[in-house]
Design a protein around this ligand. Structure first.
Ligand SMILES: [Zn+2]
Length: 176
């Protein structure tokens, strides 16, 4: 898995050295699955040379989503009303049919009055799962590259650690 340059601001229980200036801080930037995280002073978060705040569109989505729930209810009501009107029209037609039978000279009037309003979009909208409301940041490319390098190193170290004790004990892992 590769790191993504999307970090969420969190608050840790215990302060640790800031990644930039080594002052203790409880502010943490972490990837969504905390594959990578770094402690930082809140001050640095306003420094675009370190990280840039990503305007959270998720909140707008949530707003939109709840609005579309209303929308759906409204559309549903409209639809039901339309159905009712259609049924009434049907009755009206039947009455007219009868009248037509009474007066066959009359030209049948093709009803084109059914106002076809386009169905409101939104029903087919993909459901957006609620995201954490943490502030989102993108690290400066340079900083992120450092993180990537460090992450790779850490992963290799972890791999070496997990592989090393196992190697002599597992005969099946040898060449076949
Ligand atoms: Zn700092």
């Amino acid at each position: 898995m590769s790191l993504q340059n999307v970090y969420y601001k969190r608050t840790a229980a215990t302060a640790k050295a800031c990644y930039i200036c080594y002052k203790p801080s409880t502010t943490v930037l972490a990837t969504v699955d905390t594959t990578d995280f770094l402690y930082t002073c809140p001050v640095h978060l306003t420094d675009p040379g370190f990280a840039t705040r990503v305007k959270d569109h998720d909140n707008d989505d949530t707003k939109k989503l709840s609005a579309s729930a209303e929308e759906i209810a409204r559309v549903k009501q409209e639809w039901e009303e339309k159905q009712k009107r259609m049924r009434e029209k049907q009755k009206q037609k039947q009455k007219e049919e009868k009248r037509k039978e009474d007066d066959k000279q009359k030209v049948p009037e093709e009803s084109s009055t059914s106002d076809k309003k386009p169905e409101a979009p939104g029903a087919g909208q993909p459901t957006v799962s609620p995201r954490p409301t943490h502030e989102r940041y993108v690290l400066h490319r340079h900083i992120f590259n450092l993180r990537l390098a460090e992450h790779r190193k850490r992963r290799q170290a972890a791999q070496a650690k997990t592989l090393a004790p196992r190697l002599p004990g597992i005969p099946s892992s040898t060449m076949s």
